[in-house]
Design a protein around this ligand. Structure first.
Ligand code: HEM
Length: 285
């Protein structure tokens, strides 16, 4: 006779005393105190406006965390050109970054359930606060290689964030370490006297050389594809943000004092890795 093994029924644990709980680990009570609407009486949609922005900031934090690890791995690949582990790990983490950014593109639809009239009802309370002052967004740009020192002045009121951005300006970017690694493995050669344009073309040709010999460079091509996808998704984020802005406030000025959507449209051409795009133009059969 075969004995059937029955699982002992068990009830969920009742946490005791000082034991870690879901709430204490995630600091849920503290988290729920961080939404402080400015409108009075409180406008119903201001809570949504705050929560959506806070969610973006949390994901920006995770992106910075993962992209820092990508930089460290590519730096490792540059110092140890024969090793594949770091290249694999960089590609794996980049995939997470693209998935997060995909969510960030999609999330704008939630905010689009807010009527323009409802936003205008509390918008006046926000000035001059604006996403333009998002420290983490600017940090992401700097970390990926789009460094603009002029942006620092907008962060003077927050010395800690200012110092962090200054540090990002000085440190090697994702763009720098990626091409350092290609140089270390012999894919990129640049004459010391080369102009900026010649350097750019040399970097694009280095990328091209990887794609031309797919069998030997599969891991690096994977990194290139993920960086390209990330670049593409960030542009898509910028575009969706412009659409949201026009849907909610039309072409009026931003609370941060810029020309609004016409300023934002100028940012649509920004790319972290233009060489990866240029390589596609250079490709021939
Ligand atoms: C009703 C919703 C929104 C409106 C009307 C809006 C409007 C604007 C405007 C007009 C600007 C240009 C700067 C200015 O003059 O203020 C801007 C910049 C920006 N906003 Fe929004 N925004 C909205 C939602 C969001 C959300 C949910 C995020 C998520 C973090 C966000 C992040 C940013 C960032 C990062 C910038 C700077 C972009 C750059 O300089 O390239 N915005 N926003």
């Amino acid at each position: 006779m075969s004995a059937t093994v029955k699982a002992t029924p068990s009830a969920p644990i009742v946490p005791q005393g000082e034991q870690l709980t879901y709430s204490s680990y995630l600091k849920v009570p503290e988290l729920l105190k961080l939404q402080q609407p400015q409108s009075s009486p409180q406008h119903h949609d201001e809570l949504l406006f705050i929560i959506v922005h806070q969610t973006y900031e949390l994901w920006f934090r995770e992106l910075l965390h993962d992209l820092d690890a990508v930089v460290a791995n590519l730096h490792g690949a540059a110092t140890n050109p024969g090793s594949h582990d770091e290249v694999y790990e960089a590609a794996r983490l980049l995939r997470r970054c693209t998935e997060i950014t995909r969510v960030l593109v999609e999330q704008f639809t939630i905010l689009e359930t807010m009527l323009p009239t409802h936003f205008l009802a509390f918008r006046g309370k926000l000035e001059p606060a604006s996403g333009f002052q998002s420290e983490q967004f600017r940090e992401l740009e700097f970390l990926c290689g789009l460094k603009d020192e002029k942006m620092l002045r907008y962060h003077r009121p927050t010395p800690e964030a200012h110092a962090q951005l200054e540090r990002r300006l000085r440190e090697p970017s994702l763009h720098d370490v990626f091409f350092d690694a290609l140089r270390a493995r012999g894919s990129l050669q640049v004459d010391v006297k080369a102009t900026d344009r010649e350097r750019f073309e040399a970097r694009a040709r280095a990328v091209l050389s990887l794609y031309r010999d797919e069998r030997s460079h599969r891991d690096w091509i994977d990194v290139c594809e993920r960086l390209t996808e990330f670049d593409e998704l960030v542009v898509r984020w910028r575009l969706r943000h412009v659409q949201l802005v026009e849907r909610v406030i039309g072409v009026r000025m931003g609370t941060g004092g810029s020309a609004g959507s016409s300023y934002l449209k100028l940012t649509l051409d920004k790319k972290f890795f233009p060489e990866l795009w240029e390589a596609r133009t250079l490709l021939t059969q």
